[in-house]
Design a protein around this ligand. Structure first.
Ligand code: LLP
Length: 435
């Protein structure tokens, strides 16, 4: 049995070979637990798949932003995709390289742009004419030239969840092709801006290479068009969204994206940037939570109440997202594939339960009618594939403190983010201002 990643060894869930129950015992629950082996394996698989095009891989910080993890990835040559001054600050604090960091986002403020110019980020992914003008002005004031890409909105349906699609024309992201041509033309009168890139991010997760191929074709056509205007594009950034499997089913590996893009990329001979987040981070993290109570309603419906909630992992409440959940110690083997609507295995003593958190919202439900071996109060559950958009989307709602974060490195669990305290909850507020 592999000691890399999350595996059951003799009925005990282990992270890089360390039983997760020991970690929960030591650091308490709810707790985010990350496998450094999985993070590094997923990154190197991704790097290998696209190696022929020597891409700059900019890990999407919004998916997983813990400083120790950014440092781990930076150590492997990773760059970063940031969408705010705060994320750039994290990258810098973690020792990440600003010159390998791209800055996206529809609403960059003057302060954020100045911060990014000061640290000399690799490129701004510009999302409006106004933003282009502001970058030009601020760069001119600073006496520097900002490298920029235009984020194109190609109006491609990547068939993602409707809340996470970004490449349709009704979405706020990017600039449509005809407006983009105007914005690009304007830059020829902006000496403080070097328009050298085109960017696209279609949504996430995307379970097929086809939308990427379509996006790349659109960008390639636009590169040609800009050449006609004497604008030379040297970099194409295809964004993130590369899928991973939340159910255990087979999904396209990074190679299949690479293969689909190869012909066009070979022809273009252009620098490539990719911004994967969840593909690397999601399977590298679980949320550990303990059963506090069980209860049944008058109809016999069963609830398992755990100490992890929607403030810790928002995805199920926000998107109806599916995460596999299984006891950390169990004689019953976790099914290889677990899907929404799966029935309890025939003849097993599994029961169907709603796994819910303590937050006062009915949508604080990690799983509905989920077949599970019988669990009792005090049992530990693992919510899988929570490494991406887990901790980064957590909050203090209902006065709940954010969870601890533990990273296993070389079979050693390291507390890389301590659990918040009640003092943390009120630390920014100033009672002396009260009348
Ligand atoms: N690049 C840009 C410009 C993005 O907006 C995103 C994600 C990524 C890269 C990384 O996408 P990834 O490879 O991680 O799929 N909270 C949602 C996901 C929102 C994604 C927003 N943008 C979720 O929990 O599924």
């Amino acid at each position: 049995m592999s000691d890399r990643g999350f595996n059951y060894i003799k009925g005990r869930l282990c992270c890089d070979g360390v039983p997760v129950s020991n970690i929960a015992e030591k650091y308490g629950t709810p707790c985010y637990l990350y496998s450094s082996a999985t993070l590094l394996d997923r990154l190197s698989d991704f790097q290998r798949a696209f190696a022929a095009h020597s891409p700059l891989i900019c890990f999407s910080v919004k998916s997983l932003a813990n400083l120790s993890i950014l440092k781990l990835l930076a150590g492997k040559g990773c760059g970063f995709d940031v969408v705010s001054g705060g994320e750039l600050y994290r990258v810098l604090r973690a020792g990440g390289d600003a010159s390998k960091t791209v800055f996206a986002g529809v609403g960059k403020t003057a302060g954020e742009i100045e911060f990014a110019l000061h640290h000399n980020v690799h490129m701004f992914n510009v999302e409006s004419a106004g933003e282009m003008r502001l970058i030009a002005k601020l760069a001119a004031e600073k006496g520097c030239i900002a490298d920029v890409a235009i984020r194109i909105n190609p109006d491609i349906d990547a068939k993602t969840h409707k809340k996470t699609t970004t490449g349709r024309k009704e979405n706020k992201f990017g600039i449509g092709l005809s407006k983009a041509l105007e914005v690009a033309s304007e830059t020829t009168d902006m000496p403080s801006v070097n328009l050298c890139g085109l960017h696209v991010h279609l949504g996430s997760p995307i379970y097929s290479p086809d939308p990427y191929r379509e996006g790349l074709k659109t960008l390639a056509g636009f590169v040609e068009k800009l050449r006609g205007k004497r604008i030379k594009i040297t970099t194409i950034n295809l964004g993130g969204g590369y899928c991973m499997s939340y159910t255990g089913e087979k999904v396209p590996p990074p190679e299949s994206y690479a293969e689909a893009l190869d012909p066009e990329l070979n022809e273009l001979k252009i620098n490539l940037i990719l911004e994967p987040g969840r593909h690397i981070a999601a399977p590298a993290g679980v949320l550990l939570a303990r059963v506090i109570y069980r209860k049944e309603n008058d109809d016999g419906k069963k609830f398992v109440i755990i100490d992890g909630a929607m403030n810790d992992l928002l995805r199920p409440a926000l998107y109806g997202a599916f995460h596999r959940i299984w006891p950390a110690e169990s004689r019953d083997k976790m099914p290889g594939v677990m899907k929404p609507g799966d029935d309890a295995a025939e003849g097993s003593d599994f029961e169907k339960v709603d796994i819910v958190g303590p937050v006062c919202e009915s949508c604080d439900c990690m799983a509905k009618e989920r077949p599970l071996p019988r669990v009792g109060e005090g049992d530990l559950l693992a919510i899988f594939d929570a490494g991406a958009y887990g901790y980064t989307m957590s909050s203090n709602y209902n006065g709940r403190t954010r969870a601890a974060e533990v990273l296993v490195c070389d079979q050693k669990p390291l507390l890389v983010g301590r659990r918040e305290t009640y003092q943390d909850l009120v630390a920014r507020e100033d009672l002396t201002k009260t009348a």
